[in-house]
Design a binder for this molecule. Sequence first.
Ligand code: SF4
Ligand code: SF4
Length: 215
Amino acid sequence: MSRPLSETRVSLTINGRPITASQSLSVIQALWYAGYPRVKGVGCLEGVCGSCRVMVCRKDSNELSMELGCQLLIENGMDVLFAVFDTPSHHHYQLSDIQSSWNIQTRFQSIFPEAEQCRHCHGCNAACPKGIDVETAVDLAVKGHFKECGDLFIDCVMCDLCMTSCPEFIEPNHVGLFARRVSAYFDTRPSNLINRLEAIRSGQMQVDTDDEEND
Ligand code: SF4
Ligand code: SF4
């Protein structure tokens, strides 16, 4: 059974078009209701969830926010602009190239070398319309906690807003995707042990293999 429309109507602008519609509609529904059958940028219709990102300026406010057109309810005096952009990732890898879970952190560092340069500027958190703690998740991946990182990204819809707001080109959403993929692909071993082995491999930690106690 469809939801009844609110009788209260609001007026706003979407992509420069003045629209008046029931306040119980989302931005996308309001566009359809007003006779604009928008396809470009609406993920549900294109098969890519998260691409209906919009820039929003509310009445009597100078602040701009990034939201998703499918979940944002319209308000009187709102100014909405669809942010349609193509942002292909520059991080490429094949899971099958990772020999075993012992190599995950080494491969992560070579695929996402920028991740260690995170400035903790909170830009990704501020941009995320799903309220994900993206910054912490990236930090978890850098420390080898891929399972925990992937869990934080569970609600990610790959809208790319964190990616476009990151000054270090880390592509945090793709860090999350990597973390979720390797967690599913491998029976990931304890992150503390992987960290220790990586420290030995990189020379940060010296191990005396001639030590009698190691015999
Ligand atoms: S983590 Fe990034 S890609 Fe995922 S929903 Fe948030 S802003 Fe969008
Ligand atoms: S936007 Fe980029 S640099 Fe800033 S906190 Fe997020 S991941 Fe780090």
